[in-house]
Write a protein that binds this ligand. Sequence first.
Ligand SMILES: [Mg+2]
Length: 230
Amino acid sequence: MSVEKRTGRFDSPHPPRLPVRGFIFDLDGTLVDSRLDFDAICREMGLPEGEPILEALERMEPTHARHCYRILDRYEREGAERAVLLPGVPELLEHLNRLRLRQAVVTRNSRAMAERMLSRCGLDFDPVVTRDDGPVKPDPWAIHCICRPWGIPPQCVVVIGDFRFDIEAGRRAGAITVFLGGRRAVERQPGAEQADFRFDSLQQADRLLRTLGLPIIPYHPSRESTRNFR
Ligand SMILES: [Mg+2]
């Protein structure tokens, strides 16, 4: 029976192909919140608000690009220092550990900032693929890069993120995609309609796991390890 038929509440254009064997998370806005103000970054760089920043930097002439990279670096550094774990994340990760499901992070952040955010929030993933490693989302390169050594086809991996590029990368790789709305109404955000599933946040982890056909196990934080399954 398909997931949609079982839950009766999802109208997905891309039904998932089970069984799920791994999760690839976006970092900022998905696992942690650094309150990065992308519109402020664009304004300071002289870019239109909403412009994808990394792609704009690629098109700039080198001197201006260096100036703008310094702006981005300052914002990201400040963001990394105030990053906090988002609600529902520890419970979900612990669940995935006990189900022995692989977990990785793919971010458009730099490696230095990604590692700072993860360690500040007590998270430990391997691999963490950043913009320093290769083509960034929406390119599916990082997803293939993770799935290959795992020996798991992307069709059995869930890609979760809060931005249209997360979903686009996941879809292009052939993965199951989950869009998180965060503080904004999920259905009004660009890219959300392309995802297999949409949730407000990982606080709805039980619903997410049920939707993906994964078992729910009661959570006892005091007894659990914090290390993610690799
Ligand atoms: Mg994000």
